[in-house]
Design a protein around this ligand. Structure first.
Ligand code: AMP
Length: 214
């Protein structure tokens, strides 16, 4: 099963993705996580992506499409995948559909998590993350330990460079201009389910599982 998780930055895609991937036993593929891991390693891909990410802009389509194609070719994705943060442009969605068709596969569901912009800015600007294991915190809703160290792995808690307010506003602008048209694109193909992304993590999870028919 191939599930696409669509929604603006801060909508909770990463938070919900783990549970869906676990339930359907499919890998969670987050292009943002892949870029961040490459950046941390200092790989050529990470260095190439860095200038776009730090400005809150999108990494060029051809680079992302190649990366996801390679990832979907891996044996653990043979039975499907949960795509989080990809596609983000109509060109990426078309490339994904073409790639899947060539492999005799297709997308099964596109879930769009919807949250108003004002709420997203609050969520993102307060978000903190462990540099090592990626565990998430929020200064108001789930404060990180006072010593600035992750309770799970001891890693350093930090604010993602692209969660600073000016960059957040640019990421939202980019989302509305380039990514939100994808909801209609998948809607026309009968794959879209809109999910209210406000409420507790458990409430949103049950809306998602209901939409997937679980
Ligand atoms: P995310 O963690 O999904 O918010 O992604 C962080 C950053 O990685 C984005 O702001 C983009 O710069 C880059 N990125 C992630 N996924 C994509 C994509 N599908 N297309 C282009 N850029 C992406």
């Amino acid at each position: 099963m191939i599930v696409i998780l669509l929604g603006p930055p801060g909508a909770g895609k990463g938070t919900q993705a783990g549970a869906i991937a676990e339930k359907y036993r499919i890998p969670h593929i987050s292009t943002g996580d892949i870029f961040r891991a490459n950046l941390k390693e200092g790989s050529p891909l990470g260095l190439e992506a860095r200038r776009y990410m730090e400005a809150g802009a999108l990494v060029p389509d051809d680079l992302v499409v190649r990366l996801v194609g390679d990832r979907l070719d891996a044996p653990d994705a043979a039975g499907g995948a949960l795509l989080d943060g990809f596609p983000r442009t109509v060109a990426q969605a078309e490339a994904l559909a073409g790639y899947l068709a060539r492999k005799g596969r297709q997308e099964d569901h596109c879930l769009c998590l919807e949250v108003p912009d004002g709420e997203l800015v609050k969520r993102l600007a307060g978000r903190r993350m462990c540099r090592d294991c990626g565990a998430g915190f929020h200064v108001d809703f789930s404060p990180p330990p006072a010593d600035g160290r992750c309770a799970k792995c001891g890693g350093q808690i930090h604010q993602r460079a692209d969660d600073q307010e000016a960059t957040v506003l640019n990421r939202l602008k980019v989302y509305h201009e380039q990514t939100s048209p994808l909801a209609d694109w998948y809607g026309r193909r009968g794959l879209l389910r809109r999910i209210d992304g406000q409420g507790s993590v458990a409430e949103i999870q049950s809306r998602i599982l209901a939409a997937l028919g679980a």
